[in-house]
Design a protein around this ligand. Structure first.
Ligand code: ADP
Ligand code: MG
Length: 266
């Protein structure tokens, strides 16, 4: 199982950034070493981690466009995870990358230099299937797909899955769907449970058991530059992301155990 996750869904507003920031903080609370990479020119993960995007000296733009050694762009956060921040400069990389050699694998090359420093690397993707998202999919071993359980959500999922399949065939055979995360979940809504049933039918155990409820603390925390765990640790949102971190680390421990057992042989 991979420890590099691309958090992707080309739909905006489904909870990608909220998931990246809160999952990173929750994995730290589970004593894991975590790097969060902001790969969205909007810089929401950067701001939500308490780092001012307008004052960046170096950012993920420099790593992708100029092959800056990634450690130079990484900053610590008060939540205990490291951050490779981003701002609007990154929108230039989207265009510049198109002209470059190995344009899909620039991030992968960069992460090879630092992957031993971390237990988990989480990549916050922009809301489109562009060259930045393709870089994240080439660098990652797993895709975490946050989605709201509403009708059109499933429609959007098929183009994301097509892109994942293309990247798998062309550049990254190890890539797989790590998990589908139901966000802004409201079990009282009947459409939510219909879509949720369809997801379970199609993706089976790749749908995380943990659901993230709609919770105002999750929406408020970014304006304080904090994950919900720091802003209000007893909120339902903070607790749900801790549960997700627990589910992910347990899955990894179980997969590790299985591969050790099969390696040791009869
Ligand atoms: P994306 O990165 O996919 O565009 P965001 O994580 O930025 O989505 O979320 C979109 C908006 O919804 C933000 O204002 C965020 O604060 C809010 N939000 C995300 N998840 C929740 C949730 N579980 N409960 C309430 N608000 C949420
Ligand atoms: Mg976002």
């Amino acid at each position: 199982m991979s420890k590099i996750f691309a958090v992707a869904n080309q739909k905006g507003g489904v909870g990608k950034t909220t998931t990246c920031v809160n999952l990173s903080a929750s994995l730290v609370a589970n004593k894991r070493r975590v790097l969060l990479i902001d790969l969205d020119p909007q810089g929401n993960a950067t701001m939500g981690s308490g780092v001012d995007k307008s004052e960046l000296q170096l950012s993920s733009y420099d790593v992708l466009a100029s092959l800056l050694p990634p450690r130079k762009a990484i900053v610590p956060t008060t939540s205990g995870y490291d951050l490779m921040p981003a701002n609007i400069d990154l929108s230039a990389a989207e265009v510049e990358l198109l002209e470059m050699d190995g344009r899909e694998s620039r991030l992968r090359q960069a992460l090879e230099q630092i992957s031993d420093d971390y237990d988990y690397i989480i990549i916050d993707c922009p809301p489109s299937l562009n060259m930045l998202t393709v870089n994240a999919l080439c660098a990652a071993g797993g895709v975490l797909i946050p989605m709201q359980c509403e009708y059109y959500a499933l429609e959007g999922l098929s183009s994301l899955i097509d892109t994942i399949n293309q990247v798998q065939q062309a550049a990254n055979p190890n890539l797989k769907i790590e998990g589908i995360l139901r966000t802004m979940y409201d079990p009282r809504n009947s459409l939510t449970s219909d879509v949720s049933d369809q997801l379970n039918e199609y993706f089976g155990d790749r749908v995380y058991r943990t659901c993230i409820p709609r919770n105002v603390r999750l929406a408020e925390a970014p304006s304080f530059g904090k994950p919900a765990l720091e802003y209000d640790r007893s909120s339902k949102g903070a607790i749900a992301y801790l549960a997700l971190a627990g589910e992910i680390t347990r899955r990894h421990a179980a997969a590790h155990q299985n591969s050790n057992n099969s390696n040791s042989g009869p």
